[in-house]
Design a protein around this ligand. Structure first.
Ligand code: ADP
Ligand code: MG
Length: 292
């Protein structure tokens, strides 16, 4: 069992007083669709987001409801401007919806202040961005240690966990390299290690392969698939159908609304086998590579 599962399993029943649990049980099936179901990592209920630019109101999301269970691997697709990043910012507690509710791991964040949100982000979410967002002129290992430093983890423990996270993404031999000394694919793997190192319940990635060549895309997708196979929930935003095809479920946004929600693989089944990306580039097998 995954650490996160154990934690949640132990925590959820204790947090809820017995009385409300029995009421929830009574109400299950009595009209409220949110009662009596297992807690989802992500539970968005009727969320809308409107940006105000002077006199102009931009409706970026309209009445979005989305539940994502622990262990799922979900791609969010949609054309440019469809609201993907706005949704990602809400899912990641980087922004709050204008209306509606959002529960992460059963905790309602709708009315949290900035400090509470930032604390929640540090504990529960690992972010991966299109542009890697590594700290320049800083070694890979120091980049990976950063979230642990924010969380107050001691130096020796930090180093040990950062090394393990770098090893998990195949970057153990590049610990001392700075971002400028790494390829795009390698930088993104370091960024994935940084997202992982706090052992978050949820990994959120906004166009993680948008700046990568086909080979690096495949490597990063393999890592996501493996993390998901270990029980982690991964939500990735992409506009590439090749990338979305490697998820278990594809949610499509258009004009701020969910227009399609299609599952190809069960939540608890292994993720789809990684496939070669964009046939133009070919990645050699390990054996072939070492013979060259
Ligand atoms: N900070 C902002 N202020 C005003 N409008 C915004 C802001 N961020 C996004 N938008 C608008 O909201 C809509 C959705 O944007 P976004 O979520 O970035 O879409 P996507 O990531 O799918 O390209 C777009 O019309 C965009 O112009
Ligand atoms: Mg975007």
């Amino acid at each position: 069992m995954h650490d996160d599962d154990r934690e949640a399993g132990a925590r959820t029943p204790r947090q809820r007083p017995l009385i409300s649990r029995s009421r929830a049980a009574q109400r299950a099936g009595a009209g409220d669709p949110h009662r009596g179901r297992p807690a989802a990592v992500i539970d968005v209920r009727g969320a809308s987001k409107t940006y105000e630019l002077g006199q102009i109101r931009v409706r970026a999301l309209h009445d979005i409801s989305l539940r994502i269970e622990r262990g799922d691997l979900v791609a969010i697709m949609g054309s440019s401007g469809s609201g993907k990043s706005t949704l990602m910012n809400i899912l990641g507690c980087l922004d709050v919806a204008t209306s509606g509710r959002y529960l992460i791991d059963g905790t309602d964040v709708s009315h949290m202040d900035e400090d509470e949100l930032s604390d929640l982000r540090n504990r529960k979410i690992g972010f991966v961005f299109q542009s890697f967002n590594l700290v320049p002129r800083t070694s890979a290992i120091a980049n990976v240690e950063l979230p642990l430093a924010y969380a107050g983890v001691g130096r020796a423990d930090r180093r040990r966990r950062a090394k393990a996270a770098l090893a998990a993404v195949g970057m153990a031999s590049r610990e001392q390299h700075q971002p400028s000394e790494l390829s795009g694919g390698q930088q993104q793997r370091v960024a994935v290690a940084r997202a992982l190192v706090t052992n978050p319940s949820l990994i959120l990635a906004d166009e993680p392969t948008g700046n990568l060549d086909s080979r690096s895309t495949e490597e990063v997708l393999r890592i996501f698939a493996r993390l998901n196979g270990e029980g982690r929930t991964v939500v990735l935003i992409t506009h590439e159908p090749d990338v979305a095809a490697q998820s278990k479920r594809v949610v499509t946004l258009s004009d701020g609304e969910i227009v399609e929600d299609r599952r190809s693989v069960g939540v608890h089944e292994p993720p789809p086998a990684p496939r070669r990306q964009k046939s133009a580039h070919v990645m050699p097998h390990r054996g072939e590579e070492s013979r060259r």
